[in-house]
Design a protein around this ligand. Structure first.
Ligand code: AMP
Length: 289
């Protein structure tokens, strides 16, 4: 496995692969890897094939963190991450310093307008501008044929799909399903920062989503489904509910009345200082096969 810390090193490596006409698939991460990340590497391998190349990136991107967020306390373990990626059969890792990526004189950003201002974008102003900018930079540095992102960050995936379409980027975007712990908690690098008491209670997000999935085919309205989920979360005293939304699963547009199309429930909940998100696409009865 090649470890590239500079843009020039990863560019030279990918150029060499490109001259052999093999597909290159990127899976971007912020490190402190867990099984959710490793599932992206496996999905990337599926797309790349035996002869293709899988590139992981590890970069805790400062521009997607707000001033009062957890950039400084974001967990890191480079040696462990590299070992996990090596065991997974990843071909190369791009792991730059912040100074390699951001020129202090830079003046250009990438912004997805409406989609990035709603939902998590409202709770974390500027977050998706940071995401869209770093993903564009990674795409330009590595020039992959395809890139894999987790459905865990549902809105992020929507923002990236929109950006790629709007800016005519010739990169296939692949979504990968949410990986969960045995008790249902969606895997996240932030889970290690939960206190034992909060960790014990955090599966309430998955439980609320399970209930929503069961209720969705009953003809329930979007707003009642949302209230039901909120009530389940609020019954957990350790959970500070930040937002509960129900949106059209394809467009993230607000919905009302009985469900007629797939809808996505999007949750953001804080436990102590730890910000957790989760989501589930639910289906009305006639959608079910
Ligand atoms: P992060 O390191 O948190 O920025 O995540 C890097 C990528 O891994 C993103 O595309 C995430 O959506 C994805 N990811 C994180 N957690 C999970 C999970 N539990 N299941 C699937 N994908 C995930």
């Amino acid at each position: 496995m090649d470890i590239c810390r500079s843009k020039s090193a990863i560019r030279a490596l990918v150029a060499q692969w490109r001259s052999q006409s093999v597909p290159v698939v990127l899976a971007p991460t912020m490190g402190f890897l867990h099984n959710g990340h490793l599932s992206l590497m496996r999905r990337a391998r599926l797309r790349a094939g035996e002869t293709g190349k899988v590139v992981a990136s590890i970069f805790v991107n400062p521009t997607q963190f707000g001033p009062n967020e957890d950039l400084d306390s974001y967990p890191r373990d480079e040696a462990r991450d590299l070992e996990l990626l090596r065991l997974e059969g990843v071909d190369a890792v791009f792991i730059p310093e912040v100074s390699e990526i951001y020129d202090p004189e830079a003046q250009t950003i990438v912004e997805t307008t409406e989609l990035a201002r709603m939902l998590i974008g409202k709770l974390r102003p500027g977050h998706f501008r940071g995401v869209a900018t770093i993903v564009t930079k990674l795409f330009n540095i590595i020039r992959p044929d395809a890139a894999v992102f987790g459905e865990k960050d549902y809105q992020q995936l929507a923002v990236i799909r929109r950006m790629v379409q709007d800016l005519d980027m010739e990169i296939e975007i692949i979504g990968a399903p949410i990986q969960r712990e045995a008790d249902g908690l969606a895997m996240s690098s932030r889970n290690v920062r939960l206190s034992p008491a909060d960790r014990a209670r955090a599966p309430v997000l998955a439980r609320a989503l399970d209930q929503a999935e069961e209720l969705a085919p009953s003809g329930i309205t979007a707003s009642r489904l949302r209230s039901h989920v909120r009530a389940t979360l609020e019954a957990e005293p350790r959970a500070q509910v930040q937002s509960v939304d129900i949106r059209d699963a394809a467009t993230l547009a607000p919905i009302s009345g009985p469900l007629t199309r797939p809808a996505v429930l999007l949750l953001a909940v804080k436990f102590g200082t730890v910000f957790l998100i989760d989501n589930r696409v639910v289906h009305p009865a006639k959608e079910r096969t």
